[in-house]
Design a protein around this ligand. Structure first.
Ligand code: SF4
Length: 342
């Protein structure tokens, strides 16, 4: 199996509930984002910004992707079902995003390109035009109540939730217009709403988001909650009944999952996609370390994300614990593994 973990900006493939077998690209290379969400799983934010620049230059990232693809071909492995642009922060901050999308299409022709975004820069017409080059965008919008938006997303001071919502609506309208002109399939929109108990699960937010969803007519709406520790230990998941009620109201699907930008892991790992039996122990360990560098996870979550056998993952985790490479954190009644620091 190709070890994406030996690369810096290419990771996976992992199973994503919304996208399938997804190869991830990190467009930031460090924790740079326009938000600092309480549920973020990517670790402590280094820089809160709206500044666009080539945080990871297209040439560097695409050279890695080309190397990954050459190794995949040599190993005779299947293509990923999708390439997801995301990473350790907000991918639209990378001003080389259009070149990266074009490069992915060149290196992996026929593989759909998805962008996991917090939608903050979709207020900008240029960013919307760039996103229209993708096959799928997955914007998140957690609250239209300004005080809740401030608490849950802790966004850059220049951001207003109404403007962000308007940007997503405009994108939808513009993508539709694009279809008439070019006959090309318009970019699909998979909206994600992540609920944090006691913060953005209010009835007021539900009503505002219901009106928004009614206008947006997204291809898919996912109502989710935390499945792993976020950046704030006090951030708690809502229960399944709340998810189901919101989902029914918003015309969506309920689930738990990772917040953006990391693709959600999913039930599909149970469905004939387990590949861990093919992996050598050293390879499982390196994949686990790379995955934990992005977010803490339980053993079961790792097995799903890596498409690996649970027993093989458990054995590798025990070895990594013994070697002092990782540590355990108990939270919400579950054991989460995380990289050892210091
Ligand atoms: S969850 Fe997404 S938008 Fe929020 S801080 Fe993390 S990377 Fe940024």
């Amino acid at each position: 199996m190709v070890q994406a973990e030996s690369y810096r900006y290419v990771f996976g493939p992992v199973m994503s509930g919304r996208l399938g077998r997804s190869l991830g690209l990190d467009l930031l290379g460090s924790r740079v984002c326009s938000m600092n969400c309480v549920y973020c799983e990517s670790g402590r934010l280094e820089r809160l910004t709206l500044e666009r620049k080539p945080y990871v230059p297209a040439a560097v990232l695409l050279a890695e992707l080309a190397a990954w693809e050459a190794a995949r071909r040599a190993a005779g492995e299947p293509l990923p079902e999708v390439v997801s642009l995301g990473g350790l922060g907000e991918p639209t901050l990378n001003s080389h995003m259009p070149a990266i999308i074009a490069g992915v299409r060149r290196i992996l022709p026929g593989v759909p390109v998805a962008v996991l975004t917090n939608a903050s820069l979709m207020t900008d017409a240029r960013v919307r035009a760039e996103l229209a080059g993708a096959d799928i965008i997955l914007p998140s919008l957690d609250s239209l109540v300004p005080e809740e938006f401030a608490r849950v997303n802790r966004a850059h001071p220049g951001l207003d939730p109404k403007d962000v919502a308007e940007g997503i609506l405009r994108f939808r309208a513009e993508a539709g217009a694009c279809r008439k002109d070019s006959q090309a399939r318009p970019t699909r929109v998979f909206l994600e709403i992540l609920l944090v108990a006691g913060i953005n699960d209010s009835e007021r937010n539900l009503e505002l988001l219901a009106a928004f969803c009614n206008r947006l007519q997204a291809d898919r709406v996912d109502v989710t909650t935390l499945s792993r520790p976020g950046s704030e230990p006090a951030a708690r998941a809502v229960d399944q009944a709340v998810l189901a009620r919101w989902s029914a109201r918003l015309g969506g699907q309920a689930g738990v999952g990772a917040a953006c930008p990391a693709p959600r892991v999913a039930e599909r790992a149970k469905n004939g996609h387990i590949q861990g039996g093919d992996m050598l122990p050293g390879e499982i360990r390196s994949r686990i370390l790379a995955s934990l560098a992005r977010r803490p996870q339980t053993g079961a979550q790792l097995a799903e994300a890596l498409l690996a056998d649970k027993g093989a993952v458990a054995a590798a985790l025990a070895e990594l614990l013994d070697a002092g490479r990782i540590s355990l954190r108990r939270q919400g009644g579950q054991d989460y593994y995380q990289p050892r620091t210091g």
